[in-house]
Write a protein that binds this ligand. Structure first.
Ligand code: MG
Length: 325
């Protein structure tokens, strides 16, 4: 186990100041202040997770989509799909509006569910047959949408997992869902937050020694090991990877054959925190042959800007970045 000082020293992609800023919560302008200073120079193909826009997207959908295209966003990743709709919009109308604006629906964040159950209802493996039926229906709908990826954005039982057996059981479940996607020619993937980097306990810890600081393998690593590489891929959220105590650069190298998409995310607008070295991340993304990345932005209400302005700031950062092809 490395201690925190060694971890920071060895973390090749992040400046020590950036990491400390992230850990302590102090603001840090980092080394990328020039990135948003000028008008966009490039005409690059960018991806966007539409969650970034929250309800602002739906104010005037065709106009908003045209504005996204103008910023350079061409690939969309959906959130808010449910039974025939994206948000409150008929999904095929949404698709047509996107295509009319020159946008492509590449990916979708979606979870299997049981009708009538709340999103955060307790999970039971007894429900897997029903969940597979639901997943089959959702897969057929995503075939109609033309999505390349269906990505599970979070699986809450992970937050309380303690043993590798639990990770194995979940991985088997993901393999079963992913088989349905494979039949349909869609790639199944899982998107991480920070808690996927929690560690499971070792047998000694399970016997009662040191129960408060598990030192076994990270759940994310075990999930990658236990799921079938022919079926299950991963979308790496680079921001949450850092928050989970891992260097995205090293993680991309370590699992080059399993990570098929990225969430390009910062504490707020890309490049402003200094927490992440996006140049290293993009270089490794290209080296790995990853074709799809999606910008993601949480609420920027505290910055006194709109989500659209934040998403534009992210686009400007990437359009001006020499390391983005
Ligand atoms: Mg994300």
């Amino acid at each position: 186990m490395t201690n925190r000082r060694d971890f920071i020293k060895n973390m090749s992609l992040i400046t020590a100041g950036g990491v400390l800023a992230g850990v302590t919560g102090t603001s840090c302008s980092g080394g990328t202040a020039t990135a948003t200073a000028a008008a966009p120079k490039g005409n690059k193909v960018l991806g966007l997770q539409i969650y970034s826009l929250q309800q602002e997207l739906y104010n005037d959908l065709p106009k908003r989509m045209a504005e996204l295209k103008e910023m350079g966003y061409v690939k969309l990743e959906l959130s808010g799909y449910s039974a025939g709709k994206v948000g409150d919009v008929d999904m095929m109308e949404f698709k047509k509006m996107a295509e009319d604006a020159g946008l492509k629906l590449v990916s979708s964040h979606v979870s299997p569910s049981i009708e009538g159950q709340q999103m955060f209802a307790p999970f039971s493996y007894d429900d897997v047959p029903k969940l597979k039926e639901d997943w089959k229906f959702k897969t057929e709908e995503h075939q109609k949408l033309g999505c390349k990826f269906m990505i599970i954005p979070m699986f809450l039982p992970i937050m309380s997992m303690k043993t590798s057996d639990e990770v194995k059981q979940m991985s088997d479940y993901f393999n079963q869902l992913a088989e349905i996607n494979k039949q349909a020619g869609i790639t199944f993937a899982y998107h991480n937050h920070n808690w996927e980097f929690n560690r499971v306990t070792t047998p000694g810890e399970q016997a009662g020694r040191n129960p408060f600081a598990p030192s076994g393998q990270q759940i994310q690593d075990l999930m990658i090991e236990y799921t079938d590489p022919a079926l299950v891929s991963f979308e790496l959220d680079v921001y949450w990877t850092v928050r989970g105590g891992n260097d995205p650069l090293e993680y991309l190298k370590k699992h080059a054959n399993r990570i098929k998409a990225l969430h390009i995310k910062d504490t707020a607008v890309l490049g402003q925190s200094g927490l992440l070295n996006f140049e290293n991340i993009f270089n490794q993304m290209y080296a790995n042959g990853i074709e799809d990345f999606f910008v993601e932005l949480e609420s920027v209400q505290a910055l006194n800007i709109t989500q659209f302005e934040g998403v534009k700031g992210c686009a400007d950062f990437l359009q001006n970045a020499s390391f983005v092809k």
